[in-house]
Ligand binder design. Structure first.
Ligand SMILES: [Zn+2]
Ligand SMILES: [Zn+2]
Length: 162
């Protein structure tokens, strides 16, 4: 499955919140520390791996990447750390179907993946759709939605015709 390009957006929510730009992994590590999480060297390596890749990554890829440096990290720690980033709003988890779950930090930028549940192809949709929905939710419900990175499942045009 080809997943495309690194998208760099100029306005991350958390950069707007007044944190001075430092390397993204340092920002994540500092944010987690300030919230009282203990950042072990293992966790640090995992955060570095996802922050530096700038694109989607799955837990297996993070694991393989880290195995090159140390064998002291197990896959469960990788999952837990990625989930911690998601929980703290520093990364998003996207389900691409067929048990493929990917993670991306907000450096990846706001966008939508349309996932065909029939053939599995992933189409990138216009991010303006997200911005529009975000605005409506904010205006109508004073709700700050985590809508930077979502996947929508359905049928692609070809599969719909079959
Ligand atoms: Zn994405
Ligand atoms: Zn399809």
């Amino acid at each position: 499955m080809q997943l495309v390009a690194i998208r760099l957006s100029k306005h991350w929510d958390y950069l707007k919140s007044g944190i001075k730009p430092m390397s993204p992994c340092q920002t994540f590590i500092e944010t987690l520390r300030s919230q009282g999480f203990r950042i072990t060297p293992q966790r640090e390596m995992i955060i570095e791996a996802i922050a530096h890749c700038g694109d989607h990554i799955d837990a297996e890829q993070v694991f393989v990447h880290i195995q090159a440096r140390t064998h002291s990290v197990n896959i469960a720690t990788v999952y837990r750390t990625l989930e911690l980033l998601v929980q703290q709003g520093l990364a998003s988890r996207i389900d691409l179907g067929k048990e493929h779950v990917i993670y991306a930090t907000y450096q990846h930028g706001p966008h939508i993946h349309l996932v065909c549940r029939q053939c599995g192809q992933v189409i990138d949709a216009d991010q303006d759709l997200l911005l529009a929905l975000n605005k409506r939710l904010s205006a109508g419900y004073q709700f700050a939605a985590d809508l930077q990175h979502i996947s929508v499942r359905g049928l692609c045009n070809e599969c719909k015709m079959k």
